[in-house]
Design a binder for this molecule. Structure first.
Ligand code: FMN
Length: 398
């Protein structure tokens, strides 16, 4: 999913957070969107139009009579009307069918255009029943609305009402545009790499960052799924994980096995993107082993194949997707693993192409279909992009 060539009408209203719409505007443009901006009269007290104009954007101020028929041309332009920030005043006006300004007029002329409202105000204003009832009313009219963030507000209060992070708004916009191919499906994704501990400080692990699995969970949410992530040793601050994802943190093979045992039965689709160790240490010490106490060789025992184990418990309508890392014989090994583990899909990462821990990935998707086993090559691309394509593939089958 990309913003490229999407026409977005950004409507900025009179919240103290209006200045944050400048970062939002810049991010939208950076992602390739065509953006038009309207600033309400209230909004221009906080962000003078010349701020946007200095980025080369011609801004509509909220005077409908200054731009004859702009409400019609802008409603035809917009693939999305994004009201960010959206004030108490503007939300309530729209819900009441008032059309006395350019922003409210464009909305009145755009029944079929997706609309995303991003409320931002003091927490008492946000919890006001009039506003809450009107947000519900707008949702019944197919508006999308975001929950504001919680935290310290401009007035000094602490609570719900903050303008959300730009990353969260961008996610919401992509969610509005995404095809709901997994609507209501429960998707379980594993991400990251296991750590097999020798003692509390030493472990056997791999270089998996968790990026691919996290991207798959995010894209599943955009596609309408209820997503759970089992994350293994990922550096959370380095990733965007949407707040709608339930995250279960595990460290080693046995914790992962336990979590999967609990979650798998509640799942429609399992995507095993985590790099799971094939071995554990035969003995683990609960105390740090002294240097002098370390043996010259360490005994390892093989771990069970979790996908093979789960595919035996698989219900008829459950889908299983595996990931495997190969550096040679990619296709043959992939087909062998697909059959051995009774999978519906397997994505073979070509690790000879330096993809571990990187933002990009490439490989071959092998899938079991009624017409037999089919393969699809995916060229090197951002993991987010690849995840979106893989989710679409799964969506076709569900
Ligand atoms: C200093 C100041 C800060 C304000 N901050 C907000 C705010 O964060 N959210 C909000 O809904 N209204 C806020 N308001 C009130 C709106 O600016 C006011 O209701 C205005 O009429 C909104 O007009 P508009 O919805 O057409 O932009 C604030 C007002 C002032 C004076």
């Amino acid at each position: 999913m990309t913003m490229k060539d999407k026409n977005i009408l950004l409507c900025v209203t009179g919240s103290i957070a209006a200045y944050k719409s400048i970062d939002l505007y810049r991010r939208l443009v950076k992602e390739g969107a065509n953006v038009e901006v309207i600033i309400s009269e209230g909004g221009s007290n906080f962000v003078p139009p010349f701020v946007f104009e200095s980025f080369g954007e011609s801004v509509y101020t909220d005077d409908a009579f200054k731009y004859p028929l702009a409400h019609i041309s802008l409603s035809k332009f917009a693939d999305l009307i994004l009201i960010a920030p959206a004030t108490f005043n503007t939300i309530n006006k729209i819900a009441s069918g008032i059309a006395d300004s350019l922003i409210t007029l464009v909305v009145s002329a755009s029944s079929d255009t997706p609309k995303l409202v991003v409320p931002s105000m003091n927490s008492s204003m946000y919890s006001n029943k009039i506003l809450q009832d009107n947000i519900k009313k707008l949702e019944e009219y197919n508006f999308y609305s975001m929950k504001p963030a919680e935290g310290g507000l401009a007035c000094g209060d602490i609570g719900e009402g903050k303008f959300p992070e730009i990353e969260d708004i961008m996610f919401e916009i992509e969610r509005v545009f995404a095809k709901k191919v997994l609507s209501g499906k429960r998707v379980l994704v594993t991400a990251g790499g296991t750590r097999e501990y020798l003692d509390p400080v030493r472990f056997l692990s791999n270089g998996s960052s968790g990026r691919m699995g996290i991207a798959l969970a995010n894209e599943a949410i955009k596609a309408g799924a209820i997503a759970t992530l089992i994350s293994l040793n990922i550096e959370k601050s380095c990733h965007y994980i949407n707040k709608g994802i339930r995250n279960i943190e595990c460290r080693d093979f046995s914790e992962l096995r336990q979590a999967l045992g609990k979650e798998f039965k509640k799942t429609d689709i399992l995507i095993m993107a985590a790099a799971v160790s094939d071995f554990s240490f035969k003995t683990k010490s609960s105390k740090k082993i002294k240097k002098t106490g370390l043996k010259k060789s360490l005994e390892i025992i093989p771990n069970e194949d979790l996908l093979k184990m789960l595919s035996k418990e698989k219900r008829k309508n459950q889908l299983l997707m595996g990931f495997a890392a190969e550096d040679a014989g990619i296709l043959e090994n992939g087909i062998k693993k697909l059959k051995e583990k009774s999978l519906d899909y397997i994505f073979i990462n070509d690790i000879s192409r330096n993809i571990i821990g990187k933002d990009e990935n490439e490989g071959i998707l092998i899938k079991k279909t009624k017409k037999g086993i089919l393969k699809k090559i995916f060229e090197r691309q951002a993991k987010k992009m690849l995840a979106s394509k893989l989710i679409s593939e799964i969506g076709e089958k569900t």
